[in-house]
Design a protein around this ligand. Structure first.
Ligand SMILES: NC(=O)C1=CN([C@@H]2O[C@H](COP(=O)(O)OP(=O)(O)OC[C@H]3O[C@@H](n4cnc5c(N)ncnc54)[C@H](OP(=O)(O)O)[C@@H]3O)[C@@H](O)[C@H]2O)[C@@H](O)CC1
Ligand SMILES: [K+]
Length: 503
C-alpha cells in the first residue's frame, strides 16, 4: 500500500479527475460510502460536523446516506469563509432540499451543538481534511474542543480535523478520533508517533482511483502489504540441500551477553538457513559452544577465515561497545572486501552499530551489501540527531542515511522503517508486547538468514521485519508479552502458513 503526503494526494486527485476524467463527484460519493461502511449502523443517532472544503462535502454526502437509511441525522456546518467547491455545494444543496436538519455553527448555536454531541451515538468529523492550511484558532478550535469533550464515538473523515496530514502534527487543536477512515493511501503524517493518539483505528479505503494513477504520483514509499510479505518467502526446492540455503556467520556474544548470541543464531536456524556458525568473544566461547545444537562454532582467532566462507555475516549482538569490537568489525570488513563479491551481505546490529559512532564513513565504499538495524538510540549515535528529532521524521532520517552511506537501514520501533535510500517500506506488524531484550537479536538473525537464502538484501529486510512482527502479533493475541525465544519457536510454522496462504 502506498504512503502519501498532501501534495501526492492532490496530484493523484488531479490525475484521476483531469487526465482520466473520473468525475470529482464520483470520488466524493465513493469516499462517503467508504465512511458509511465503517460506521456502526446498528446505532440510531448520528451528528455530522462539516467544514467548507471537500472534507465537508464528504460529510454532507455521508449525512445523505444515513438519511436514506432512516437514521436520525443532525448536520452542523461552518458557514463563514470562502465559497463551497462545486461538489461540496451540490451535496449541501441536496441535504437542504431533502429537509435534513442543518444548523450553521455560531456562538448562538453552540449550546444545541453541544447537546447534540452528547446525545449522538456517533459523531462524524468532516471539518478539515488534507486541506488544513493554517493554524486552527478561535471558533474552529472551540468546535474541535467541543467534539473532543462531548462525543461518545468519533469517526474522522480522511484525517482527524486539525492534523497536518504530512507531518502528523497538530495545527493548534486536533479531533480525537476513535476511527479515521482515510482515502486511497496511508497518510505520511499518520506514521508520526505524535499523531497516533488522535487517530484511533485507521481504515484505509479505496475510493475508485486506479492503482496506475496512484503510481504516476508516487514517491516510492509503501506500507508492507501482507501479500507482498507472503510472496517473498523463499520456495524450497524438493532436491535442495543445506548448501543451497546460505552460510550465515553470526559474530556475537561477550561476558554477560551470551543470550544475544544464542537468540540471533537460533533465529537464523529457525528462519531456514542451511549452515549457521557462531563466533563469539573468547571469554564466552567455551560456554556457548556447549549450548549450541544445530549451529557450529568458530573460535575468534579464526574469524577472518570464517568470514571468507560465509555468504552473510551478522555482526554485533552482545559484543559490547568496546574498541575490540570495532577491531573485529574492521577485520570482518577487510575479509569481506578481499573475499567478497556483490552477493555477500554484512548485517550490523547492536554493538556493531555503537562502535560506528563518528566512523560511519567506513561504510560508504564497500563492495558488498550492508544492512544496518538500529533502534532509535543507535540511530541517534550513528547520525548525530537526537532521538526526539529522529522520531519526528523517521522515514526521512532513515532514507537520507541509507542514501548517503549506500546501505540498507532498518530503523526499528513501532512502524519499523526499511529503506535503501531509494524506496521505503514501513512495517505495519508488531507491538509493544514485543518490547523485550533479545527481540532485536532475533530480527538480525532472521534478516541475515533470508539474505543467505537468496533474497535481495532489501527484500530480506522487508520480509524479516514483517515476519518478526507478524509472529509477535499472533502470539500477543494470547499473551501479555512475547519472548524472543517464543518468536523463534514459532518462525517455521508461521512461514509455512504464510507461504501456503498465497497459493
Ligand atoms: N484527494 C481526493 O482524491 C479526494 C478528496 N476528498 C476530500 O477532500 C479533502 C480535501 O479537500 P480540500 O482540499 O477542499 O480541503 P479541506 O480539508 O476540506 O479543507 C479546506 C477548507 O478548510 C478551510 N481551512 C483550512 N485550514 C483552516 C484553518 N486552519 N481554519 C479554518 N479553516 C481552514 C479552508 O478555508 P479557506 O482557506 O478557503 O477559507 C477550506 O474551506 C480530503 O481530505 C478528502 O476528505 C474526497 O472528497 C474525494 C476525493
Ligand atoms: K476530518
Amino acid at each position: 500500500m502506498r504512503i502519501a503526503g498532501v501534495e501526492m494526494m492532490r496530484e493523484i486527485d488531479r490525475i484521476a479527475v483531469e487526465e482520466i476524467g473520473i468525475p470529482a463527484s464520483v470520488l466524493m460519493e465513493n469516499a462517503a460510502i467508504a465512511c458509511v461502511r465503517n460506521l456502526d449502523l446498528t446505532k440510531g443517532y448520528f451528528v455530522v460536523v462539516c467544514g467548507r472544503g471537500n472534507n465537508g462535502g464528504d460529510g454532507f454526502a455521508i449525512a445523505r446516506h444515513l438519511y436514506c437509511m432512516d437514521k436520525e441525522v443532525d448536520v452542523f456546518y461552518i458557514s463563514e469563509g470562502s465559497d463551497y467547491k462545486a461538489e461540496t455545494r451540490t451535496n449541501f444543496r441536496i441535504l437542504k432540499r431533502l429537509g435534513v436538519p442543518m444548523t450553521p455553527l455560531s456562538g448562538e448555536t453552540m449550546w444545541s451543538f453541544r447537546e447534540a454531541l452528547k446525545d449522538a451515538d456517533v459523531v462524524v468529523d468532516s471539518l478539515l481534511g488534507t486541506g488544513v492550511a493554517r493554524p486552527v484558532r478561535d471558533f474552529l478550535r472551540q468546535v474541535i474542543q467541543e467534539i473532543n469533550i462531548n462525543s461518545r464515538f468519533v469517526l474522522s473523515v480522511d484525517v482527524p480535523s486539525g492534523m497536518n496530514a504530512d507531518t502528523g502534527e497538530s495545527m493548534g487543536q486536533v479531533v480525537d478520533a476513535d476511527i479515521t477512515v482515510t482515502f486511497q493511501c496511508m497518510k505520511r503524517g499518520f506514521l508520526n508517533y505524535e499523531a497516533m493518539p488522535h487517530l484511533g483505528k485507521i481504515a484505509v479505503e479505496k475510493i475508485g482511483i486506479p492503482g496506475p494513477v496512484e503510481a504516476k504520483a508516487e514517491k516510492g514509499e509503501y506500507l508492507t502489504d501482507h501479500s507482498l510479505a507472503c510472496s517473498l518467502i523463499p520456495i524450497r526446492d524438493k532436491t535442495g540441500f543445506k548448501g543451497n540455503y546460505g552460510k550465515v556467520l553470526v559474530v556475537a556474544g561477550s561476558q554477560g551477553f551470551t543470550g544475544a548470541a544464542l537468540i540471533c543464531t537460533e533465529a537464523a536456524i529457525s528462519t531456514g538457513s542451511g549452515l549457521v556458525t557462531l563466533c563469539s568473544r573468547e571469554e564466552v566461547f567455551q560456554s556457548l559452544v556447549l549450548r549450541l545444537k544445530e549451529a557450529m562454532s568458530l573460535h575468534p582467532d579464526k574469524l577472518e577465515d570464517g568470514v571468507s566462507r560465509a555468504d552473510v555475516v551478522v555482526f554485533g549482538p552482545g559484543l559490547g561497545n568496546f574498541d575490540v569490537t570495532f577491531d573485529m568489525l574492521l577485520l570482518v570488513i577487510k575479509s569481506m572486501q578481499e573475499n567478497g563479491g556483490r552477493s555477500k551481505t554484512l548485517l550490523i546490529d547492536a554493538d556493531g552499530l555503537n562502535v560506528l559512532k563518528d566512523r560511519t564513513e567506513i561504510l560508504t565504499h564497500l563492495d558488498f551489501n550492508v544492512i544496518l538495524t538500529p533502534h532509535v538510540g543507535e540511530m541517534s549515535r550513528l547520525c548525530g540527531l537526537s532521538a526526539e528529532e529522529i522520531q519526528k521524521s523517521r522515514i526521512d532520517t532513515a532514507r537520507s542515511f541509507a542514501l548517503e552511506h549506500k546501505c540498507i537501514v532498518v530503523l526499528k520501533g513501532f512502524n519499523t522503517v526499511v529503506t535503501d535510500g531509494s524506496v521505503v517500506y514501513v512495517n505495519p506488524t508488531g507491538s509493544s508486547a514485543m518490547a523485550q531484550g533479545g527481540m532485536g537479536d532475533a530480527l538480525a538473525g532472521m534478516i541475515g538468514s533470508l539474505c543467505g537464502q537468496g533474497l535481495e538484501p532489501l527484500e530480506a529486510a522487508v520480509l524479516g521485519t514483517y515476519l518478526h512482527g507478524y509472529i509477535g502479533d499472533e502470539l500477543a493475541g494470547e499473551r501479555y508479552v512475547v519472548k524472543a525465544s517464543e518468536i523463534i519457536d514459532a518462525i517455521p510454522g508461521s512461514m509455512k502458513r504464510l507461504q501456503d496462504s498465497r497459493k
